[in-house]
Design a binder for this molecule. Structure first.
Ligand code: BV8
Ligand code: ZN
Length: 252
């Protein structure tokens, strides 16, 4: 990619007082975690993620949905943060202004790369909770009973089903997470949007919100998305390749 857009992106980031980084599944793709649109290969090819990641699917077929998440948790635990995650963590350290990473991803790769200030809009695939939140919202379950053979496992408090602590389609996002993301999007002067198709709401509204408040949008994505028209700079390609180049231009 020509250095010009990279340099332009670096200059915008350098001048930002409030930087928001918004990430989607694309930032984890080079770590071997399939993006949501392609999270179904092999065994799962016959299911549509938007049909499986729903309360209805879980109640209709709890074992299938639980095993899908166990499969995905396995992928995440075997994966490592890639150069894109590392660059974003370095950006947070280097940048004199405040930097908030808002992610739609349910993996912990930003944390493992060293990013500190992270908002998870859609929860965390490694965490479990009681389906009925019997002890309050959310009833997190840290340790499953190793002798419990049921699939899905049973809640130790009420005996009901355990589910992943993620936000399913049709469910509302954690209030503190979406509120913090909205506030930061309204306040930021630069939003770096990495690896999202911009199709899932309300997360997809955040770049619009930022642009409406005068922020410069930088998009990193090999494809064109509904966010692309909003971008002052479009870095077309893989985040694992492009983000380290932005860091190099920043330090230059
Ligand atoms: C809500 C957790 C309201 C689970 C996720 C009809 C019926 C029901 C709901 C709706 C409906 N119509 C609209 C809705 C709302 C719905 C929605 O937006 N649906 C869309 C799809 C039409 N949203 C919701 O339901 C949300 N809740 O609205 O509640 C409400 C109000 C009142 C009362 C009740 C409810 C909840 C949405 C959260 C869903 N949960 N995840 C799990 O993971 O299992 S979303 C899930 O999909 C992911 O977390 C992720 O956020 C999303 C996929 O999006 P992306 O991250 O962008 O990933 P994607 O694969 O799409 O794109 C990857 C991109 O990366 C691509 O652009 C690609 O080009 C790029 N890329 C590829 N390689 C690279 C790369 N980029 C950089 N580098 C690379 N190497
Ligand atoms: Zn319970």
């Amino acid at each position: 990619m020509s250095q010009e857009p990279i340099q332009y992106a670096a200059d915008l980031i350098r001048s930002a007082r409030h930087l928001v980084i918004l990430t989607g599944a694309g930032v984890s793709k080079e770590s071997g975690v399939p993006t949501f649109r392609e999270a179904m290969d092999g065994l799962w090819a016959r299911y549509d993620p938007q049909q499986l990641a729903t309360p209805h699917a879980f109640r209709a077929n709890p074992q299938l949905v639980w095993e899908w998440y166990e499969w995905r948790r396995g992928l995440v635990s075997e994966s490592m943060p890639n150069a894109g995650h590392m660059a974003l963590a370095l950006l947070e350290q280097l940048h004199p202004g405040d930097v908030l990473t808002v992610t739609q991803n349910v993996d912990d790769l930003h944390e493992r790369a060293g990013s500190q200030d992270i908002v998870h809009l859609h929860g965390n695939i490694a965490r479990n909770k009681c389906l009925d939140n019997c002890q309050g919202e959310p009833t997190l379950i840290e340790n499953l009973d190793p002798t419990d053979q049921s699939v899905p496992p049973r809640c130790p408090y009420c005996g009901g089903m355990v589910r992943p602590d993620v936000v399913w389609f049709g469910e509302t996002l954690p209030v503190h997470a979406i509120n913090r993301a909205i506030e930061a999007s309204q306040l930021c002067d630069v939003m770096l949007v990495v690896g999202t198709s911009g199709l899932v709401n309300p997360a997809a509204q955040l770049p619009m919100l930022a642009a409406q408040n005068g922020a410069s949008i930088i998009e990193v994505n090999p494809d064109t998305t509904p966010i692309t028209p909003l971008a002052k700079v479009k870095l077309t390609g893989a985040s694992g390749e492009l983000l380290p180049q932005v860091i190099t231009a920043l330090e230059g």
